[in-house]
Unconditional design. Sequence first.
Length: 406
Amino acid sequence: MRLSQYFLPLLRENPSEAQIVSHRLMLRAGMIRQSSAGIYSWLPLGLRVLKRVEQIVREEQDRSGAQEILMPSKEMLRIKDRHDREMLYGPTNEEQVTEIVGASIKSYRDLPKNLYHIQWKFRDEVRPRFGVMRGREFLMKDNYSFDLDAAGAKHSYNKMFVAYLRTFARMGLKAIPMRADTGPIGGDLSHEFIILAETGESEVYVDRDFLDLNFENPDVDYDDEQIVQTIVDYFTSLYAATGEIHKPEACPVPPERLIATRGIEVGQTFYFGTKYSVPMGAVVAGPNGEEVPLEMGSYGIGVSRLVGALIEANHDDNGIIWPDDKCRVAADDLYGKLRNAGIDVLYDDRDDSPGAKFAAMDLIGLPDQLIIGPRGLAAGNIEWKHRRDGARQDLPLDTAVGRFAA
Ligand code: 5CA
């Protein structure tokens, strides 16, 4: 696309209504335009980003075994009935999906099931603010798991927990799962996935050691209950709680190890058992023919909020810096292959600028430098630089190992 033809209404000035950096940059970069309080139009650049975020969310849902559906969008809509009485649509789709599954699934043999949809929600928030972070209209992925018993429901919960870790890790975000209040949705087990950020709306308390955990994409066989449970245990072994449930007197972490800060909630998981299925009569025939109410959980991700959260985590004074992990994946892979081929490699995997890395490598003087950058990589190439004469040449990535394994 030629920029001369692209609809990209950039703003020169900082819009006065935008208090946080993501809101400012989304308006200035022509990604969104406000329509009314907490409601935005998504312009070409913003929509492109939103769709990519949505696609990552979708791929990880599908990978975990959840199946996509689409339910109607009217939620938290205050309407007046014919007698002028206030009416309120349910705030999420718990009831609707329980009705669908309850009416369609009759036997325990058809379980478990996990259905998700990605749909615009409307919530008449008291204080919409911070752009897409707290909107009145926002894009949410919500899904609902149905199991025969509590053990099955726990496995479904754990699978979603891991799918969330994978989803956020793929976006380069460190979203910490924290014990959370279940709020109006109810139930006894809930986690909020929260990215630490001073501008976040949630108050959080986290064991400092959490920051050292490895959040890289866990590779997982979702059917293996033990592996899934192990990953959940690893990420719940350290203390992390939201302000609503944190009690200083009951906190197991000594004060010097406890970080009190703020964060952006990008997802939440709930296990609520039979809270909806019993009153709605959503039952299946169990193995002995008896009626068993469905065990349920629900799980949400703020897809449009994630666009703001990504910018909060990836910007500098000049603007947005979209995360790009292609180079790191290629570099990790090449490093592994070179080592396997018995080649002695020093891999500069530090979070530094390219200039700083080139300078350090010249300083220490290793004879060959392999440089992986986004442009070359797109053409399948890396750059090979000789330290002695400074000569550089492109090398097809797939020939690199053979070239050095002489
Ligand atoms: N039914 C459950 C999960 S399916 C539910 O509604 N959960 S929720 O209320 O926690 O919302 C899920 C996610 O949507 C939140 O974690 C948050 O990331 C996002 N979200 C909630 N309210 C807003 C809002 N007003 N603006 C933008 N994103 C929001």
